[in-house]
Design a protein around this ligand. Structure first.
Ligand code: ATP
Ligand code: NCN
Length: 194
């Protein structure tokens, strides 16, 4: 029987925004992936932890964001794993807990550039299919050719970042169209990022 195809889209999601959802929506409709799992990472190994909102709050926002999508799910698997969150450990664990699923790692071209710094990046390439989607100013393939099971996809580029949203909210700007409505309402009612 053909295994269920699941794309792993992991990140800090501080907060999750419309750019993330547009990409996930695109992957579900225009690739062979059956589901996308947003994996909320408590601590990205190459990001400063002090700018991060509490992991449970980021998880709650991710859950609110996917409410209206039935093939987009949220995973907190990294919450009970050692920190910082290494993707090879997460994928290895997901694979052993879900033998009926084939996992594909979905990463942005910004992360592909930094990929040689990731833990056991060679094993990640050998054991998992990787989809790279374009991020502004981050060209792929110019510096090193793509391995066979690494594929560049032609997803639309949406130039929104969590950093821009956090800074704008701090300045008192109205950012309603940049985030799912439930997430923006949650941020306002809890006074987050002020
Ligand atoms: N606008 C976007 N469109 C598609 N993917 C995105 C977008 N913004 C971020 N991503 C990707 O989503 C994943 C999780 O993103 P992350 O939580 O780091 O968001 P971010 O907006 O890049 O955050 P920050 O500004 O805090 O660095 C990463 O792989 C990142 O490349
Ligand atoms: O495994 C690694 O060595 C590794 C190094 C850098 C980033 N990652 C993961 O890549 C994901 C994207 O990170 P971010 O912060 O750009 O959203 C997030 O889940 C990180 O834990 C993983």
């Amino acid at each position: 029987m053909k295994k269920k195809q699941v794309g792993i889209f992991s990140g800090s999601f501080n907060p999750v925004h419309t750019g993330h959802l547009i990409l996930a929506n695109y992957l579900l409709e225009f690739t062979s992936l059956d589901e996308i799992w947003l994996v909320v990472s408590p601590h990205n190994p190459i990001k400063e932890a002090d700018s991060l909102l509490d992991e449970k709050i980021r998880l709650e926002m991710a859950r609110l964001a996917v409410e209206e999508f039935d093939r987009l799910l949220v995973s907190d698997i990294e919450f009970c794993m050692p920190k910082p969150s290494y993707t090879i450990d997460t994928l290895t664990r997901l694979r052993s807990e879900n033998p009926d699923v084939e996992f594909t790692l979905v990463i942005g071209s910004d992360n592909w550039r930094k990929f040689p710094r990731w833990k056991e990046h060679q094993r990640l390439i050998e054991e998992f299919r990787i989809l790279i989607y374009p991020r502004p100013g981050e060209e792929v393939g110019a510096d090193r050719p793509l391995p066979e099971n690494v594929q560049l996809i032609d997803a639309p580029i949406v130039e929104i970042s969590s950093t821009f949203i956090r800074e704008s909210i701090r300045m008192g700007k109205n950012m309603r169209a940049f985030l799912p409505a439930q997430v923006y309402d949650y941020i306002l009612s809890n006074g987050l990022y002020r």
